[in-house]
Ligand binder design. Structure first.
Ligand code: BES
Ligand code: ZN
Ligand code: ZN
Length: 493
């Protein structure tokens, strides 16, 4: 989606749909109604007289302006009370505008920036995010009908007001970068398993690195073996697709922040095979990896002054005669052993190696993202990401970034009492902890492999893979993590 900004009075804007946002507060509403009446003439008054549009959240109305107007359609969108306005409310309102414009078969949409009292640049970014992300569709495999080709091609933010205009140019450029990166993550995660497997995920990462300016090193299976990453090797050994260990790096100097992304390009469950129903969604089991790759794209384009390393263990989890079996014992990168009780708990096995490897960088902090457990979805649904970790300060920073971007995080406790649930008689740790507290026992497993650094684990199983559409998300991959981590890194130093 192409985003742009023009400084211009409303009446001069030329787009298939011109959307304006109205507050519901009586005085503001009447002021804006009068202004619109003055600008666009007699067709406006009947709408307000009828009382059909009150400026409440989710209120919309289309007015056909007729000859003599540059934009044929004026779309009114309510944004509720001014004191309750948040960036998220703007995201949702812009998403409504975009979806409405789409049903009107518009190819260009203009969004008039409302009068904002605070958070001006962030609010403009929010408008851009809501409108662009609402229009996302994973359609590259659809053989298109001519009718479907008519898509919204560009979104034009506009304002005639000097103060908003000053902030808007930069905000729209920033939004373009963030939206592109989120879309890239969605595209990667939505891509089917026959397109994205470890080798092609590595290639896609390299391509992104070349295009946007970050370094990518790909370790092949022989190197993974030399390093002694038994978790990565164990999980991939049933598949005909070789594993890859992808290392991304952006910036230099100082201790880096390390981002680890689970890169299971397809999770059948292995010998502990999953039921057929909804197994297809396990093509998105590399959503953590996609979030890391998208974040690198964003921070490189934004030229953030940070040093960041990304680690992606990439494997396909398949059953076969050579697959890892329940009861097998694996030796991980840091020398610790784990008993594989269930081959479907594969994410933690590969993350264990990556978390061990992270110590090599003497990191300032390590954040891992993983579609790790169904238990996290049971606990929190698709609304919020589960967070665990060993450092309150780090988790607080992440949580704050999550509130800003509305990719919210909720802490689950890594209390000591959970540790015994993953005790093994034959190895240092067992890869499953029984029926209860599954998100936490998975977190505890990871904690056993965390080095001497600050660490947070984000279980995105519920928030990365969606069953239904939302305001600006669709069924399938949400691209969660990109906006969150970009915001987190923006305020890192
Ligand atoms: N990739 C899955 C977790 C998952 C489930 C993500 C549903 C998104 C939606 C993970 O590898 C897995 O299979 N976990 C098992 C662990 C169990 C065997 C202890 C699970 O959650 O059932
Ligand atoms: Zn699994
Ligand atoms: Zn998995």
């Amino acid at each position: 989606m192409k985003l742009s900004f023009v400084k211009s009075p409303l009446k001069q804007i030329k787009a298939d749909v011109l959307a304006v946002f109205l507050f519901q507060d009586t005085q503001l509403f009447q002021r804006d109604a009068r202004t619109l009446g003055r600008l666009f003439g007699s067709r406006i008054a009947p709408l307000f007289d009828a009382g059909d549009f009150l400026g409440k959240e989710k209120d919309t109305a289309v007015v056909y302006l007729g000859r003599g107007h540059k934009s044929p359609r004026l779309l009114l969108v309510g944004i509720g009370e001014q004191t309750k306005l948040t960036p998220e409310r703007l995201r949702r309102a812009a998403a409504m505008a975009a979806k409405k414009a789409k049903t009107l078969k518009a190819s260009s949409l203009a969004l008039a920036i409302p009068t904002l009292r605070k958070d001006v640049p962030d609010s403009i970014v929010a408008l851009c995010e809501g409108a662009s992300l609402a229009l996302y569709k994973f359609d590259k495999y659809l053989t298109k009908e001519p009718e479907d080709l008519k898509k919204i091609q560009e979104i034009i933010l506009c304002s005639g007001d000097g103060a908003a205009a000053n902030a808007a140019g930069g905000a729209v450029r920033r939004a373009q970068i963030i939206v592109d990166a989120t879309v890239a993550a969605r595209d990667l995660a939505n891509a089917p398993g026959n397109e994205i497997y470890p080798e092609t995920l590595a290639e896609a990462t390299k391509k992104s690195g070349e295009q946007f300016g970050f370094r990518v090193t790909v370790l092949e299976e022989s190197e993974i073996e030399e390093l002694g990453m038994g978790g990565v090797l164990g999980v991939c050994q049933g598949s005909s697709k070789p594993a890859r260990f992808i290392i991304l790096e952006y910036g230099t100097g100082g201790k880096p922040v390390v981002l680890v992304g689970k890169g299971v390009t397809f999770d059948t469950g292995g010998i502990s095979i999953k039921p057929a129903a909804s197994m297809a969604e396990m093509k998105m089991d590399m959503s953590g990896a996609a979030a890391v790759i998208g974040t690198f794209q964003a921070i490189a384009r934004l030229k953030l002054p940070v040093h960041v390393v990304g680690l992606i263990p990439a494997v396909e989890n398949m059953p076969s005669g050579s697959a890892v079996k329940p009861g097998d014992i694996i030796r991980h990168f840091n020398g610790k052993t784990s008993e594989v009780d269930n081959t479907d708990a594969e994410g933690r096995l590969i993350l264990a190696d990556a978390l061990g490897y992270a110590s090599r960088y003497n990191p300032a902090a390590v954040v891992d993202l993983a579609t790790l457990t169904g238990a996290c979805v049971v606990a929190l649904g698709h609304v919020v990401t589960g967070m665990m970790g060993n450092d309150e300060g780090l988790m607080k920073r992440l949580k704050a970034a999550g509130e800003k971007t509305f990719e919210r995080l909720w802490e689950l406790p890594l209390y000591d009492e959970y540790e015994k649930l993953i005790k093994s008689d034959v190895a240092d740790v067992k890869n499953v902890g029984g029926r209860w507290g599954g998100a936490i026992t998975a977190g505890w497993f990871l904690k056993k492999f965390v080095g001497n650094y600050k660490w947070a684990h984000l279980d995105i199983a519920g928030t990365a893979i969606l069953e239904e559409h939302g305001e600006y998300t669709q069924r399938g991959a949400s691209g969660v993590g990109v906006r969150l981590l970009t915001e987190f890194l923006k305020s890192w130093k």
